[in-house]
Design a protein around this ligand. Structure first.
Ligand code: 8NA
Ligand code: MG
Ligand code: MG
Length: 345
């Protein structure tokens, strides 16, 4: 089983980087025809293409900070992780960070800061960010910790360094748990996979803070659970259109409008789909489909890529795609090292 698990670890982090790099092309686009997606993807196979390597964005920059911190400290250390976020932002501020999170990253750079969770709590009039920036970087938590309890606990805390609204950190936990289950092969039974995630989120959304945040934002109670129920309905429906997926699940920068969407992309693409090339494997289908939804394409493809990569493994990822994206070798190295950490007795 060991080589299978290593392949899944590598698939998760490389899949995440590919989604970010390849998805960047359509970030913020309202309407992305499938033709354009397939054109963009087939250009990756052309070694003579002129426009060079596809760069990664904030999603990968922060994911690397999470992985580096967990590896160096061999545990979750909030001060170390916060310092890495701040330092990375300072070195490369133009990676496409959300306009709110930049203020947090600047405050985290201060050596006088006592409580590293405080800057995030001050965001948006004290409500905290509900953006998907905690979720986009959550995959390494699933690779660093064996116990599901630890994955829950530390993915939540890791997200709270920038996203203190429960919609933000609960989205990050959902993403980490989806990767955790996928690493264990749980996508072999898709119905059970989604049911497990629903019962996980039921526990989290019982929380009083989660209930209050949902009310304050005019959302129904148990917002993640209700989205995941919609995912389940869409899984059962034949010939579901892109428009339906966007209107039922969303494609935006809020975690609530993108984490369940990414999970749906993975589930929907477990089988061949009309409009996607027959020669595509599941990971290629998942990334193509995520891009065709438009909206926050880099982040949705990054999250879907991590979950799908954990399921299909590194060998499912075309070499030409890997060679077209910045940061793939580094992500692969982090995955190897996280695997060694995971295997420690
Ligand atoms: P963030 O914490 O700055 O949140 C992103 C945005 O969500 C904010 O700038 C606000 O507009 C809005 N927002 C979040 N919380 C609240 C709130 N409580 N009240 C009102 N508005 C709120 O950044 P992040 O780290 O969560 O990043 C999220 C996304 O932004 C990522 O996808 C990242 O790639 C980036 N990004 C997205 C686009 C795009 O067009 N989709 C463009 C550039 C950057
Ligand atoms: Mg980004
Ligand atoms: Mg994005």
């Amino acid at each position: 089983a060991a080589p299978v698990m290593l392949s899944r670890f590598r698939g998760a982090l490389v899949g995440s980087v590919l989604g970010d790099c390849i998805g960047g092309e359509f970030e913020g686009a309202v309407d992305v025809p499938l033709d354009r997606v397939l054109q963009h993807l087939s250009a990756l196979e052309d070694e003579t293409r002129g426009d060079g390597i596809l760069l990664y964005s904030d999603d990968t920059a922060m994911m690397r900070c999470v992985a580096d911190s967990l590896l160096t400290r061999m545990a979750f250390d909030e001060r170390d992780m916060a310092r890495r976020f701040a330092k990375e932002y300072n070195l490369a501020p133009d990676r496409g960070y959300g306009s709110g999170v930049i203020q947090v990253l600047r405050k985290l750079a201060s050596p006088h800061l006592k409580d590293v969770f405080q800057p995030a709590q001050a965001q948006f009039g004290g409500r905290g960010s509900f953006g998907n920036g905690g979720a986009m970087r959550a995959a390494p938590f699933a690779l660093a910790f064996r116990s599901r309890n630890d994955v829950r606990k530390y993915s939540r805390l890791g997200a709270m360094l920038t996203h203190s609204c429960s919609l933000g950190y609960n989205g990050a936990m959902l993403q980490a748990l989806a990767v955790h289950l996928s690493l264990q092969g749980a996508l072999a039974l898709p119905k059970e996979f989604i049911n497990k995630l629903i019962s996980e989120m039921e526990e989290m959304e019982k929380d009083e803070t989660a209930q209050l945040d949902a009310k304050a934002l005019n959302l129904s109670d148990f917002p993640y659970c209700s989205r995941l129920h919609r995912v389940k309905e869409l899984m059962d429906r034949n010939g579901v259109s892109i428009e339906e997926v966007i209107s039922e699940l969303g494609n935006g920068i809020a975690a609530l409008q993108s984490v369940p969407t990414a999970i749906f992309c993975v589930l929907h693409c477990l089988e061949p789909r009309d409009g996607l090339p027959d020669q595509f494997g599941g990971l290629e289908r998942t990334i193509a489909y995520s891009l065709a939804l438009g909206g926050d394409t880099d982040t949705i493809a990054c999250m879907a890529g991590a979950i799908a990569g954990a399921h299909y493994g590194i060998d499912s990822i075309p070499q030409s795609w890997q060679m077209s994206c910045e940061g793939v070798a580094e992500a692969d190295d982090l995955a190897h090292r996280l695997y060694d950490l995971y295997c420690l007795p």
